[in-house]
Design a protein around this ligand. Structure first.
Ligand SMILES: [Zn+2]
Ligand SMILES: [Zn+2]
Length: 124
């Protein structure tokens, strides 16, 4: 299965093939500031499953479209972490398996059913 995604203006496009290795939500300060929202929902694929076209910019490991400002993905040597809100088809069929930085979660958000809850990062 191939999923397609893009920024708002369409300059940056990407695709990921196969199913993600994990899906999560993060409520940390970096994710809040980066997205301007109160949490990030992301899915992670092996880096080899990811392809993109168009020029993107990267700050602190997180990539975005320099034209329209959409936040898209974070690419690491072995993994591609996609912000699932930038995928073409909504809603996705993903359910987050874990939540990070839950002590930063807004009081009007409830934990996702069945998702592992971490107060901070899992290794802390
Ligand atoms: Zn754009
Ligand atoms: Zn975060």
């Amino acid at each position: 299965m191939i999923r397609h995604g893009s920024c708002s203006c369409g300059q940056v496009r990407y695709q990921v093939s196969g199913e993600p290795s994990r899906v999560g939500i993060c409520h940390c300060t970096s994710c809040r500031q980066e997205t301007g929202s109160t949490f990030t929902a992301f899915a992670v694929w092996p880096r080899s499953a990811f392809q993109s076209s168009g020029d993107f910019a990267t700050w602190s490991g997180r990539s975005f479209c320099p034209k329209c400002g959409s936040r898209l993905f974070a690419l690491r040597d072995d993994e591609a972490e996609i912000k699932i809100g930038t995928l073409e088809n909504a809603p996705t069929n993903f359910t987050p398996q874990y939540e990070l930085w839950t002590w930063r979660r807004e009081h009007w958000l409830r934990p996702v059913d069945g998702a592992r809850q971490f107060q901070r990062d899992p290794d802390e």
